[in-house]
Design a protein around this ligand. Structure first.
Ligand code: ADP
Ligand code: NI
Length: 215
């Protein structure tokens, strides 16, 4: 198993060499670490979880004309090339296809404990201090405004609306980030999310206070 993991790490590091900071190798490493943290108290297949954490963002559909099948396909081809069992590959592919926030807004067709663990690990990396940093990094990458008091955040965006939105980055907190703590699957991740959520609330309060020139 160690050899499979090492080979996968090397593959992912190479593929993500030029990725933007929100989806780079460091994001993968954090999600991998979160996965191992969650597995200390949740039971799920370790190999499937670790491989999925490592491979879940190798081809983000946002950067591939919305094609959500590329990631699972590339992951599957790689795992087959290093001789991983077919049954493991199938699980990894299905989880990658079904675990993103966008996928969860549409029809969710696949469910497993391993999906729950890795999805939680990925979501934990979208909240807290790292979540704040990633949101503004993504907004900057897309050349978006940080905040516009005249553009109200929309709640309950459909999958299509979520993909199309070009709202200021602060709105993303209301459209996604503040909703994540209640979407955690496992009790372990729920507990970790609580504190990270509070940190984002504090961040927003201070952001508005400073925006309005209060001290
Ligand atoms: P997923 O991979 O779960 O579908 P995304 O790829 O949409 O999620 O998000 C990955 C990262 O980019 C997250 O940290 C998220 O907060 C950030 N991000 C995505 N969309 C936006 C946006 N409109 N504004 C700011 N940050 C965003
Ligand atoms: Ni991710």
């Amino acid at each position: 198993m160690q050899n499979i993991i090492d080979l996968t790490v090397a593959f992912v590091q190479d593929r993500l060499k030029f990725a933007e900071a929100g989806h780079d190798w460091w994001h993968i490493q954090r999600v991998w670490n979160n996965t191992k943290l969650i597995l200390e108290t949740e039971s799920a297949d370790r190999l499937v979880c670790e491989l999925t954490a490592l491979l879940h963002d190798i081809a983000d559909s946002k950067f591939h004309d919305g094609d959500e099948t590329i990631g699972p396909r590339v992951a599957g081809e790689f795992l087959a090339s290093i001789g991983v069992e077919e049954q493991v590959i199938e699980q990894v592919k299905l989880i990658i296809l079904n675990m993103s926030f966008k996928a969860s807004l549409g029809e969710v067709t696949y469910h497993s404990k391993e999906l729950e663990v890795v999805q939680d690990a990925d979501r934990l990396d979208a909240i807290g201090a790292i979540g704040v940093a990633r949101a503004f990094n993504y907004g900057g990458y897309k050349n978006r405004e940080m905040y516009d008091p005249n553009i109200a955040p929309k709640q309950n965006l459909s999958k299509e609306e979520y993909k199309k939105t070009s709202a200021p980055t602060i709105n993303h907190f209301y459209e996604k980030l503040l909703l994540l703590k209640d979407k955690m699957n496992t009790p372990t991740a729920k507990a970790i999310a609580e504190q990270r959520h509070q940190f984002m609330e504090m961040f927003l309060q201070q952001f508005y206070a400073e925006w309005e020139g209060k001290r």
